[in-house]
Design a protein around this ligand. Structure first.
Ligand SMILES: Nc1ncnc2c1ncn2[C@@H]1O[C@H](COP(=O)(O)OP(=O)(O)OP(=O)(O)O)[C@@H](O)[C@H]1O
Length: 485
């Protein structure tokens, strides 16, 4: 979408796309009055949006600001603020049309030929800026996390097979194994593999439409589509893709109507030789509240599991993570962390971040003494107690002296926002809940808000001693309570 007046640069094209997506994701009534708004430009970290009147500006700057800024921040991978200007000329301009193709999928299918014709020079094309020649979709459109690629995925005996299957599927979508189903416990890299398939398909076949979605989002969108009487659009959204990546299908359990819809989506895609990749926390035969016919479909292709990584792989993952995030930690410390945290890679990464953050705040080198202190707090004697989101929310509210309603409510006071973000971060760290699940427990927030909170607190841990202390103290309280109950 072009902004009105002035040449369009790369950033404007991206802001336009991001804006379309944000508008499209709003409630229908909000969407209606935001239609005439125009994304003007992205200047450094400020997105300037023009609207036709003060009413729209008040709406944007009021109740929608946080949601929109979170979505922009997520889309651009850096903190973006919104500045709203009023341009009365927009009052009678034709509302910008939202192109169905930008509703979340990679939509470059302006060509007639098969989407799986390889891109002539994939690597080079991938690096071309958006807006130069054929437009490449932004990460916001594809909803793929740029960090989750095959390049950043460490291969070991625990994940060699699912990794190889994932690569094979990305190289020959719809041909190698269909569907591919990867299952395994929380934090072992299933989502990472799913996103990596999406990135790799995009780099190989620039015309392919790829859609990533968690089964919770699929369910929510389905419910909304029924509510808004937009089932046709929903069907197109999921049936008009070349590669469908569905995360955490265990959430479909017990949801009969959504399963029915998914069954038809599955059949349509499979009949058309479109690739389907699924992840689950259990083997399909253990998804007891799933209809037999759906379970049966899952068994048509390849089912493979990810196991907890062995020590060597855990060390290799920590090395890669340290190099990527420029965290300095000597080999003995990495080995120490890897030896202590054995079953969840998210926790493994979390421990490395805590150790390096602690050193940074104390202006100390990362060494064994320091690592032992930090990990002692993190890993209690006698194993991990069961920690629930309810416990985290209750302890977080008590710690920050706020009510449960406020913590999970809409208020955006500074103190509350920080408490809420720390609560979300702890749910991510200490439970195996998915992002949408956490969002729901914190007052029905979007999963991108949780992702942003998690990222922000990780960053603040290294920058602000107060935050580090609060998070450490609160973690201890939560674990202590969990052990007592
Ligand atoms: N083999 C690996 N190499 C590098 N990083 C990994 C690997 N496996 C997992 N990770 C990292 O561990 C973290 C957790 O992985 P991911 O979110 O993919 O797990 P998951 O199995 O989908 O968990 P959940 O079921 O809780 O969603 C991510 O930051 C991911 O990048």
């Amino acid at each position: 979408m072009e902004s009105k007046g002035g040449p369009v640069d790369d950033q404007q094209v991206d802001l336009g796309t991001a804006w379309q997506q944000i508008v499209e994701d709003l409630q229908p009534n909000q969407r209606a009055w935001l239609r005439p708004s125009v994304p003007v430009t992205l200047h450094e970290n400020t997105a300037i949006i023009a609207v036709p009147n003060d009413f729209t500006r008040n709406q944007l700057e009021g109740r929608l600001r946080n949601h929109i800024e979170d979505a922009l921040t997520e889309g651009f991978g850096r903190e973006i603020r919104m500045l709203v200007t009023v341009n009365p000329a927009l009052e009678d301009s034709t509302p910008p049309q939202v192109d169905e193709s930008t509703d979340g999928s990679v939509a470059l299918s302006t060509h007639d030929h098969s989407p799986f014709e390889p891109t002539p020079a994939p690597r080079i094309e991938q690096q071309e800026p958006a807006g130069g020649g054929e437009r490449r979709p932004s990460a916001l459109e594809t909803r793929l996390n740029p960090k989750y690629t095959f390049e950043t995925f460490v291969i070991g005996s625990s994940n060699r097979f699912p990794h190889a299957a994932a690569v094979a599927v990305a190289e020959a979508p719809g041909k190698a194994y269909n569907p591919l189903l990867v299952y395994g416990e929380s934090g072992l890299g299933k989502t990472h593999l799913l996103h990596a398939i999406g990135h790799y398909v995009r780099s190989l076949y620039s015309n392919a439409k790829v859609r990533y979605v968690s089964s919770e989002e699929f369910t929510n969108e389905f419910i909304n589509a029924i509510r808004d009487d937009r089932q046709d659009r929903f069907k197109r959204r999921y049936r008009d893709v070349d590669v469908l990546l569905i995360d955490d299908i265990q959430f479909l359990e017990g949801k009969t109507q959504t399963q029915e819809e998914f069954f038809h989506t599955f059949n349509t895609l499979h009949n058309a030789n479109k690739q389907i990749v699924l992840t689950s926390d259990r083997a399909p035969k253990r998804l007891e509240a799933l209809e037999d016919r759906l379970r049966n479909r899952f068994e048509w292709g390849l089912i493979t599991d990810v196991q907890p990584p062995d020590l060597e792989t855990r060390i290799a993952i920590l090395r890669k993570k340290a190099a990527m995030d420029r965290l300095t930690a000597p080999p003995d410390v990495l080995e120490f962390i890897a030896s202590k945290i054995q079953t969840n890679i998210r926790e493994l990464e979390g421990a490395l971040i805590r150790v390096t953050a602690f050193a940074n705040l104390n202006r100390q080198e990362v060494d064994m003494t320091l690592a032992e202190i930090v990990l002692k707090d993190l890993i209690p004697e006698g194993g991990e107690p069961e920690i629930t989101h309810a416990l985290i929310i209750a302890q977080t509210a008590a710690y920050f002296g706020v009510s449960l309603e406020d913590l999970t409510g809409p208020s955006r006071g500074r103190h509350l926002v920080m408490a809420r973000q720390i609560g979300m971060y702890l749910c991510r760290e200490l439970t195996s809940m998915s992002l949408p699940q956490i969002g729901r427990e914190f007052g029905g927030r979007d999963h991108t808000t949780v992702m942003y909170a998690d990222r922000k607190i990780r960053q603040l841990l290294a920058e602000r001693r107060a935050v580090f202390n609060q998070v450490s103290e609160l973690t201890n309280r939560v674990k202590m309570q969990a052990r007592q109950s």
